[in-house]
Design a protein around this ligand. Structure first.
Ligand code: UD1
Length: 386
């Protein structure tokens, strides 16, 4: 055990980008309960910075504003990762944390883990062990490296344990706790915003989405949106899909910028689609829970649709969340137009996957993490003191 574990310093909880907030919110809440006085300090790296990608989700998730915002912003992978590291190092020096908790697989996750571990501060990784086995995905690199340098690894599904064992991670460091995203979903579902309101707030006429079934689209992976060829292929598939049912598409800024950069507005204009700006958490829950199908390349949405029992078509060649396919409502379809159309037709005829809730996706994962981490930190201090 490391010298730093002696300190009764705070637990530094790191967020950087949108998918991190719904993971850290229930954990911060659990830490705050009397039983586990874990003194969380929330550090936002500033990887995402727009109001729509940030404050709105903090509000929806009842997440307190960050104690510190490092204001890193966008950049190439190297620049963004390096800038997070540079700005995070003095935070560790100032606060002397007992551990650094990171979630998910974004650049901020890896950057802060690297800084912490080199300063002998234990790294705690939530959502460890997921693997797409596609090393062209920046997130896959972030996952593999973060897991290698984490001292405590919390997992959402059992396949993660096989992956970590194969990579030589000691099994005693790995703990199956369930899925904190589902904690957030279960807490906030009752406040989900109806489609009607979301369309109205965005100024989209209700007539764009008829009263029948509709699909929801989200798309932002570099492999789908960063080249003209990839983006036009997926847009063509979505255009055909929109003839089967109208689509609602809250568009990520990366995708929005690339549609304009590659001159693909025409394809979009031919689509039967309500285009929306990035949505809040409660709006997304509302859109998804009433959708006939969700078409996405997001990781978290594959899990949320499984929890909601809504069929999901994953517009990627692989998934790091195999349990959503094996037990949930997810089907991996890539950008194969015919496969997408056949899958939608089958869903519309009532043959979509119903799925079931995976083990420990029960809304209590954060509680398990708080209990385990409090005991782990105590034991670490005792070992040092002995
Ligand atoms: C990042 C994560 C990805 C996650 C996604 C969720 C990495 C490697 N990628 O991808 O895993 O699924 O967040 O959204 O960490 N931009 C804005 N406003 C913002 C943030 C970004 O306009 O608040 C635009 C900028 O043009 C920026 C681009 O989006 O260059 C990409 O942002 P970046 O943080 O690099 O990656 P994401 O695609 O958002």
């Amino acid at each position: 055990m490391t010298d730093r574990s002696k300190r009764a310093g705070p637990v530094l909880c790191v967020v950087g980008a949108r998918p991190n907030y719904m993971k850290i919110a229930p954990i911060m809440q659990a830490f705050g309960r009397d039983l586990f006085p874990l003194r969380p300090v929330l550090v936002h790296t500033g990887q995402h910075y727009d109001h729509l990608m940030n404050e709105r989700l903090f509000r929806d998730l009842e997440l307190p504003p960050p104690d510190l915002n490092l204001g890193v912003g966008s950049g190439t992978h190297a620049v963004q990762t390096a800038e997070v590291m540079r700005r995070f190092e003095p935070v560790i020096d100032d606060l002397g944390p007992s551990c650094v908790m990171v979630v998910g697989d974004v650049n901020s996750t890896l950057a802060c883990s690297l800084v912490a571990t080199k300063k002998h501060v234990p790294v705690v990784h939530v959502e460890a062990g997921l693997r797409s086995f596609d090393r062209r995905m920046p997130e896959e690199i972030n996952r593999v490296l973060t897991d290698q340098i984490s001292e405590v690894l919390y997992t959402t599904e059992r396949s993660a344990h096989e992956n970590l064992t194969r990579e030589g991670v000691a099994p005693e460091r790995v703990h199956f706790v369930g899925n904190v995203m589902i904690d957030s979903l279960q807490t906030h579902l009752k406040r989900a915003v109806p489609l009607e309101t979301t369309l109205g707030d965005a100024g989209v006429p209700r007539s764009v989405i008829s009263d029948g079934p509709y699909g929801v689209v989200t798309l932002h992976r570099p492999s789908n949106v960063d080249t003209p060829q990839a983006l036009s292929t997926v847009l063509a598939a979505l255009e055909s899909a929109s003839r089967l049912l109208p689509l609602v598409w809250p568009m990520h800024p990366r995708t929005q910028a690339n549609v304009e950069r590659f001159g693909l507005e025409k394809t979009l204009s031919r689509m039967r689609v309500a285009l929306l700006p990035p949505q809040g958490y409660l709006e997304m829950l509302g859109l998804m829970q009433d959708a006939a199908v969700v078409l996405t390349d997001s990781g978290g949405i594959q899990e949320e649709t499984t929890a909601l029992g809504v069929p999901c078509l994953t517009l990627r060649e692989n998934t790091e969340r195999p349990i959503t396919v094996e037990q949930g409502t997810n089907t991996v379809v890539g950008s194969d137009r015919q496969l997408i159309l056949d899958s939608i037709a089958s869903i519309l005829s009532g043959k979509g996957k119903k799925g079931r809730l995976p083990e420990l996706w029960d809304g209590r994962a954060s509680q398990r993490i708080a209990e385990h981490l409090a005991a782990w930190l105590d034991a670490a201090r005792d070992r040092i003191a002995a």
